[in-house]
Design a protein around this ligand. Structure first.
Ligand code: NDP
Length: 473
């Protein structure tokens, strides 16, 4: 039995099987989660399909106000949802720079309200004596949402809300590592929505694969790793599903010699270590001009030495790495960097005892070809690299198969903006990194993904165009 429920056609569904969800701070079983089978996925898709015509025909303003109502209903459950986030994901309620569970919850409400207010008006291309030509946006049908474990609530909202706003129905599958907050949020959202409009299933990669393969799903929105994104793209070809893929990033930042180190260091630290570094668009490769290299390294090390890592249920800056596989990867990247002769300014070893705790680790004098620089660490470890020539820094920053975000830091904003525009990435920041907002499109180039999320551009990805041509002669 489980205290958590899948929701299909507005009903709580228990399945015969469950799987354990681990608290990463204690490594103990936090709860049993109902496990979906291929049949369960079929039922969820059938419910979403049946609900689609009425939801697509619901007046736009009504869908908008229901989404505002969802945000208000979630807000009533803030305490419960934030506590679940801490227990299953590991993040503290407040955490470093207030970027913990409260930040995720605040973002959830902000994205709901902002997306509820988006509109996609009919565009008139031509209106003369010959013809009137209008461009309409139509919902696609059933959207399959597959989400990861770093922001279990916020990323689910990023997928579900624009899909619903534009008239689609949804089947959502959270990560097997962090299903509980998402399932509970979907249960709460179903108090507002008509039955079948939003359904949930849970399980491991095979459940995700069943969604990606499903012949009656019209679009997949996926956030996760590049290898899984590629598998989903293959599966989607069966019925030409539309895709939005938000995959990994290995974001570079270039810090110019005129940067005010005292001002920039805390911002660089926060944007690299947000969510314990488990963020697709966190700053992950820091290229610093040789004139200020030592000063910035020292400033980052001083901040890293002052923060605490521990059980997110307590008053700490950073919680554990979310799961064992990711923890092992961070440990392996640290070991490899140490073997390469890199200089560890802080951290470098996992903390003793239970829980997937790895302290904030700043690594200097590290070569470009080490694994820590080449691979996305997705954890609390930051390599700091030196450059003397900005052209060299740009080419090293761009020497990556991923291209999600990038940034340039300098007192000369115009010069920094010119350099930022040469970075091969979906979002380039000047004097900041990892900052996103509900009205600005966000997505990756190269192998960081396909399509964008957020704002009008993101909303349009949940629609197809119907051109309406009315002849007048
Ligand atoms: P995955 O890409 O494997 O997991 C993300 C989601 O995809 C989960 O819900 C997962 O299910 C599901 N999934 C797994 N296999 C399939 C499949 N064949 N078809 C459909 N869905 C599937 O990420 P990992 O958890 O393995 O993390 C690995 C790396 O991914 C990290 O080190 C990091 O680099 C990157 N990552 C990027 C994120 C981002 O925000 N872009 C977020 C998380 C990770 P289940 O978990 O139940 O197996």
């Amino acid at each position: 039995m489980s205290d958590y429920n899948l929701i299909i056609n507005g009903e709580k569904v228990t399945t015969g099987e469950t799987f354990p969800v681990i608290n990463p701070a204690t490594e103990e079983v936090l709860a049993e989660c109902p496990k979906a089978s291929a049949d369960t996925v079929d039922q969820a898709v059938a419910a979403a399909r049946a609900a689609f015509p009425a939801w697509a025909a619901t007046p736009d303003e009504q869908r908008s106000s229901l989404i505002h109502a969802i945000a208000d209903k979630l807000a009533e459950h803030q305490g419960e949802l934030m506590q679940l986030l801490t227990l299953e994901q590991g993040k503290p309620a407040a955490g470093f720079a207030n970027l913990g569970a409260g930040f995720e919850f605040g973002g959830t409400l902000a994205w709901c309200h902002a997306t509820a207010d988006l509109v996609m008006p009919v565009e008139v291309i031509q209106d003369n004596d010959d013809a009137r030509i209008e461009v309409h946006r139509k919902p696609l049908g059933v959207v399959g949402s597959i989400t990861p474990w770093n922001f279990p609530l916020l990323i689910a909202i990023w997928h579900i809300i624009p899909a619903l706003r534009s008239g689609n129905t949804v089947v959502s599958k959270p990560s097997e590592y962090t299903p509980l907050t998402t399932l509970r949020a979907i249960e709460i959202m179903n108090e507002i929505l008509p039955p079948g409009v939003l359904n949930s299933v849970a399980g491991a990669g095979d459940v995700g694969a069943a969604i990606a393969n499903h012949a009656d799903i019209n679009k997949i929105v996926f956030t996760g790793s590049t290898p899984t994104g590629k598998k989903i793209m293959e599966s989607a070809s069966g019925n030409l599903k539309r895709l939005t893929l938000e995959l990994g990033g290995n974001d570079a930042a270039i810090v110019m010699p005129d940067t005010n180190v005292a001002e920039a260091a805390p911002k660089i630290f926060a944007t690299a270590l947000i969510n314990n570094g488990q963020v697709c668009a966190a700053l992950k490769r820091l290229y610093v001009h040789e004139d200020i290299y030592d000063e910035l390294c020292e400033a980052l090390a001083a901040i890293a030495s002052s923060v605490t890592t521990g059980d997110g249920s307590g008053d700490v800056d950073f919680g554990p790495v979310q799961n064992k596989a990711q923890f092992d990867k961070v440990c392996a990247l640290a070991e490899d960097a140490r073997a390469s002769g890199a200089r560890f300014l802080t951290g470098g070893e996992p903390l003793p005892g239970a829980g997937y705790f790895f302290p904030v680790t700043i690594v200097a004098d590290i070569a470009d070809d080490t694994r820590l620089v080449q691979e996305e660490p997705f954890g609390p470890i930051l390599p700091v690299l030196k450059f003397s020539d900005v052209e060299d820094a740009i080419s090293r920053a761009n020497d990556s198969t991923s291209g999600l975000g990038g940034s340039v830091w300098s007192a000369d904003v115009a010069a920094a903006t010119a350099i930022a525009s040469r970075l091969e990435c979906g979002t380039a920041w000047v004097n900041n990194h990892a900052m996103i907002q509900p009205d600005a499109p966000f997505g990756g180039v190269k192998q960081s993904g396909i399509g964008v999320e957020f704002g009008r551009y993101g909303l349009e990805e949940y629609t197809s165009i119907q051109t309406l041509q009315i002849s007048k002669s």
